[in-house]
Design a protein around this ligand. Structure first.
Ligand code: GDP
Ligand code: MG
Length: 375
């Protein structure tokens, strides 16, 4: 049998080998360029990148009984359509991240007819000129750094808040660095325009110096002047986000594909058990589906949106609270759908066992206990 080799396979599905290696790493598979991977793993990766993997076993040309695996490109298996951008807010402490998130949320509640009730589920959605935007509700959220550590792109656009009276500060640059490493496009909110000492030109110059040249200075960075405190310029920053989303090619998903998502936060709630707020990345989640997330699993009992309403389905980029978990999954962890609850439980238990084995091996390597002692 000729194996599926990382280097060749990567090219066949339009990825660079190192990208494939890091994707494998996310699946806890440590491979090199020349490693071969299992067929089911290849199957999954092919699917993620919109290919169907066809394995052909050929007798001719080789020794008797030898099979050759051929990966064939097919039409993309996924039908990608635009989805709302998932936005996080970054910036230096006290530059107004929390205030901006609150103001955007409130401004939108007033304009909608929902009656002003919001539920904190770690993320919320607003509309701007009929377009939806999903905001991750907690600035500098642990989930964001966790997601980053996994090298996964769960945020589509970062809004970098810079106070006009203060300009770029160390954490502003740090945040910008993170966004750049994650290849997340940045939109700048120049905040505190109402404050004495607000100096827009200084901020624009600082942007220029950081290769974030503002659009009206011949650059490509969209920005808006806002006062989060007074609620001014909110439409402008939403407009900048929508424009940025329009030119960002990766903000697409297949609403009919297999459900995948990422956990934003999780908790135990009285009367509801373990619940997890998540953002759907692919597919459409519905009650009754079975999910696995690390060592936890879920048969979806209820879906609740950011307005506290029970909903029947949640599509790509929707923030949603999922009720029915065996235990609270970790923020930043990814979940996927499986056939039924039994399968889900099996996967979760296998994941738990894997972790325990790994921990036991690590302990043993330190020379303290034998693996047997731990079981
Ligand atoms: P964070 O640390 O970035 O989340 O900043 P906060 O949202 O907590 O804001 C820090 C302080 O700046 C608070 O006292 C806010 O009231 C104030 N603040 C936020 N936005 C504005 C603004 O647009 N203008 C003025 N003058 N103050 C603001
Ligand atoms: Mg804050």
């Amino acid at each position: 049998r000729s194996p599926i080799v990382v280097r060749d396979f990567a090219l066949q599905i339009g990825r660079k080998p190192f990208q494939l290696i890091s994707e494998l790493m996310e699946m806890s598979i440590f491979a090199s360029m020349n490693s071969s991977i299992e067929e089911d793993v290849a199957q999954r990766l092919a699917k993620i990148h919109g290919f169907a993997l066809e394995v052909r076993h050929r007798g001719e040309g080789g020794a008797a009984g030898e099979a050759e695996k051929v990966v064939e490109e097919k039409k993309p298996a996924r039908e990608m359509v635009p989805r709302p951008p998932v936005v996080c807010i970054l910036g230096h402490v006290d530059h107004g991240k929390t205030t901006l998130l609150d103001t955007i949320r409130k401004a939108n509640v007033v304009s909608s007819e929902a009656g002003g009730i919001t539920q904190h589920i770690g993320a919320y959605q607003v509309t701007h000129k009929d377009k939806l935007i999903t905001f991750i509700d907690t600035p500098g959220h642990a989930a964001f750094s966790n997601m980053r550590a996994r090298g996964a792109r769960t945020t589509d656009i970062a809004v970098l808040v810079v106070a006009a009276d203060d300009g770029f500060m160390p954490q502003t640059d740090e945040a910008l660095g993170h966004a750049r490493v994650s290849k997340v496009p940045v939109v700048v909110a120049i905040n505190k325009m109402d404050a004495p000492g607000a100096n827009v030109d200084k901020v624009l110059r600082q942007m220029q110096e950081r290769d974030l040249a503002p659009e009206d200075w011949g650059g490509e960075t969209l920005y808006a002047k806002v006062s989060a405190l007074k609620g001014e310029g909110i439409e402008d920053i939403l407009e900048a986000i929508v424009l940025q989303a329009d030119v960002t090619e990766t903000i697409v998903a297949d609403p009919k594909g297999e459900v995948e998502g990422v956990i934003v936060e999780a908790q135990k709630e009285l009367g509801r058990g373990s619940t997890a707020s998540a953002i759907i990345q692919q597919g459409t989640l519905k009650p009754g589906m079975a999910l696995v997330c690390g060592e936890n699993y879920c048969r979806v009992r209820q879906l609740i949106n950011d307005k506290g309403e029970q909903i029947k389905e949640a599509g790509p980029s929707s923030p949603v609270k999922i009720v029915g978990w065996s235990g609270p999954p970790d923020a930043g962890d990814f979940f996927k759908v499986v056939k039924n609850e039994r399968e889900a439980k099996k996967h979760a238990e296998a994941n738990e066992l894997d972790r325990k084995k790994l921990e036991a091996t690590q302990l043993q390597e330190r020379g303290s206990t034998s693996v047997d002692d731990l079981f």
